[in-house]
Design a protein around this ligand. Structure first.
Ligand code: SAM
Length: 166
């Protein structure tokens, strides 16, 4: 099986507007995650979406009065370009874990991103130690895991490297 960086695959998705289907597919889970996490965040708050795709969660957060600033970070050039055309939010093109914000955030969101990394546990520690304020809150969604047998074929189906170092 040939593999390529996940960020390259997702740039292709953005070019083909497949990010819109992904947004629709993730919307219900993200709503449940936000409903769970946001009541625990002190307001007003700053937010970051790690692996933000086309930036739809940043736009949703910024539409609320309590959100001062929502920043999106993603390693896909086409996703970030698209995010910048869809609103006037702050988006950074960055291949993680090799980037960090200059100021930490009150709220960190991440949906279907962590398992693309070589070492998700190391990234979680970096996010906890360097991306979040002392009383910061993080919520992350992952649907690719051992007990979800339906997800085991995803790497092959997507023909992308789940280890971005490959
Ligand atoms: C399944 S998509 C989810 C996008 C978005 N969170 C959503 O729910 O629509 C995974 C995203 O993670 C990004 N990604 C994967 N590996 C990355 C890395 N090492 N650094 C930064 N972004 C990465 C991809 O470019 C892609 O946009």
């Amino acid at each position: 099986m040939s593999t390529r960086p996940a960020t390259e695959l997702f740039s292709e998705w953005a070019t083909k507007n497949k990010d819109e289907g992904m947004e629709r597919g993730h919307a219900a889970s993200v709503k449940a995650m936000l409903d769970l996490a946001l009541p625990r965040v002190s307001t007003p708050y700053s937010a970051v979406d790690v692996g933000c795709g086309n930036g739809w969660v940043c736009r949703a957060l910024e539409s609320g009065d309590a959100c001062l600033r929502a920043v999106g970070v993603d390693g896909s050039k086409a996703m970030i370009e698209k995010a910048k055309t869809l609103g006037d939010g702050e988006f950074h093109l960055a291949l993680l874990p090799d980037w960090k914000p200059t100021t930490p955030f009150d709220f960190l969101h991440s949906m279907e991103f962590l398992y693309y990394l070589h070492d998700p546990a190391a990234m979680l520690k970096i996010l906890h130690d360097e991306w979040l304020n002392e009383a910061g809150v993080m919520v992350a969604g992952v649907d690719h895991y051992l007990e979800n047998e339906d997800s085991h074929g995803w790497p092959e189906a997507l023909t992308c490297a789940h280890d971005n170092a490959e």
